[in-house]
Design a protein around this ligand. Structure first.
Ligand code: GLU
Length: 469
């Protein structure tokens, strides 16, 4: 039996709803997509041709506002996919206590086939359509980057929005993932990859879970395969490597490369930029059929590209003991069942990749407060730390080493606060989900435990609104 992406999300939701005690009507409301905006608009391309662009914005839930979620540019975009992704955003935000409802946007284009000028025209026109229908705004719906989009597109969105809404004092908060110069926050770019790393590290530090998987605790020495060398995959590979894991393979759509001694993601990224492919990268073995790379021997598999890449067909061949879903929806429900049967731990997308939206929340708060993180307290903290250290040195008669002095006296910069907020968020969410799973041993997998966590939070906030008993 095959399901559409939205049906898969509904199926996972129903599986988890079974472990909760909420009213059926309330569960149906939580599951439903509240607003679906499907649009078509014309754009004149560089060669003079007029193309009709198909695009969407879905607001899955307004139990908290604004709605939040990225915009993807991909030829595969369709309404079902955007609905599924918007739903995942609701659950994701709930789990990590980010006070937003879920949303998602998509434009059905292949960004590689358009010039920068065409992409700018498409993005600006899309934003104008959202403004016309009141589907964007710092208190309504706040887009962000997703597959195929990044800082550049977010800069076009905020610029278009502000030009249509002059004088809106909090207007910069209409979109996140912006360049720093346009109101972005330090640390947003690497946030999803770093959040994935924090989440997987937390699980790897749980001795009981690792014992069950037959793995040693800790990240060090673990063999990792990453699918995707986009923003998320690149940063996942970087943080795993920097913390002592060995990234043995990296897969992209044109093929994959394997090296048992490890691959440096930055060198591979530069190589691909220069040659247009990951293949024939120095010292590595080519894997021509990219998806074969997922089946190589490793401890941790990180799909960081698109949905439905692991299904009932390839799941039985996968050798990883841990699958960390950096992408949204990379596993089908059949794959989930196969992994639960094999005792493979799947760390689910809807919280594992929440680092992006968590730091988007920090960016939005920065935009509303109109001040950079750390601006008020950095110097004060440094002066205070200096005084405390001096006092300790005087009382003990001992001197701190220059390295320790630097560390202790340092007052927080924006990046320090953002990274620490993200680390705290990912650790707490991992522990909360694991606790639910341990307290309900009949829950079959971590995804279901994560859904139970999300459903409880969204349902509670609905009942607090007084709409449901
Ligand atoms: N597109 C990212 C996601 O799927 C980030 C969303 C956001 O920052 O709003 O979680």
């Amino acid at each position: 039996m095959s399901y559409s992406f939205f049906e898969s999300v509904e199926k996972s939701f129903d599986k988890a709803a079974h472990f909760t005690k909420w009213d059926k009507g309330l569960l149906a409301q939580i599951k439903a997509c509240n607003s679906v905006y499907s649009m078509r608009f014309p754009v004149k391309m560089d060669d003079g041709r007029i193309e009709v662009i198909e695009a969407y914005r879905v607001q899955h839930s307004q139990h908290k506002t604004p709605c939040k979620g990225g915009i993807r540019f991909s030829p595969e975009v369709n309404q079902d996919e955007v609905m599924a992704l918007a739903s995942l955003m609701t659950y994701k935000c709930a789990i990590v206590n980010v006070p937003f409802g879920g949303g998602k946007g998509g434009i059905k284009i292949n960004p590689r086939k358009h010039s920068a000028y065409e992409l700018e025209k498409i993005t600006r026109r899309y934003t104008a359509e959202l403004v016309k229908k009141n589907f964007i705004g710092p208190g309504i719906d706040v887009p962000a980057p997703d597959y195929g989009t990044g800082e550049r597109e977010m800069a076009w969105i905020v610029d278009t929005y502000l030009s249509l809404k002059p004088g809106e004092i909090d207007g910069a908060g209409c979109v996140t993932g912006k360049p720093i110069s346009q109101g972005g926050v330090n640390g947003r770019k690497e946030a999803t990859g770093l959040g994935v790393f924090f989440g997987v590290r937390e699980v790897c530090d749980m001795p009981d879970i690792m014992a069950k998987l037959g793995l040693a605790t800790g990240i060090e020495g673990k063999r990792v395969i990453v699918q995707g060398l986009g923003n998320v995959g690149y940063h996942c590979a970087k943080f795993f490597r920097e913390h002592g894991a060995i990234v043995v393979a990296i897969a992209e759509y044109e093929g994959a490369v394997y090296n048992e001694n490890g691959i440096n993601e930055e060198e591979l990224f530069q190589y691909r930029k220069a040659t247009g492919t990951v293949l024939n990268f120095g010292g590595a073995t080519n894997i021509i059929n990219s998806s074969d790379a997922l089946e190589l021997d490793c401890d941790i598999l990180i799909p960081a590209a698109l949905e439905n890449v692991i299904d009932g067909k390839n799941a039985p061949n996968i050798k990883a003991k841990i699958i960390g879903e950096a992408a949204n929806g990379p596993l089908t429900p059949e794959a989930d069942e196969i992994f639960a049967g094999k005792g493979v731990l799947v760390i689910p997308d809807m919280y594992l990749n929440a680092g992006g939206v968590t730091v988007s929340y920090f960016e939005w708060l920065k935009n509303l407060s109109h001040v950079r993180y750390g601006r008020l307290e950095k110097r004060f903290t440094e002066n205070m730390n200096h005084l405390i250290l001096e006092e300790i040195e005087e009382l003990t008669g001992k001197q701190a080493t220059p390295k320790a002095r630097k560390l202790i006296e340092h007052g927080p910069d924006e990046i320090d606060l953002v990274h620490s907020g993200l680390e705290e968020t990912m650790i707490s969410a991992t522990r909360e989900i694991m606790k639910i799973w341990k307290e309900n041993p009949e829950i079959p997998d971590m995804r279901t435990a994560a859904y139970v966590c999300a459903i409880n939070k969204v349902a509670t906030s609905y009942t607090e609104l007084g709409i449901f008993p």
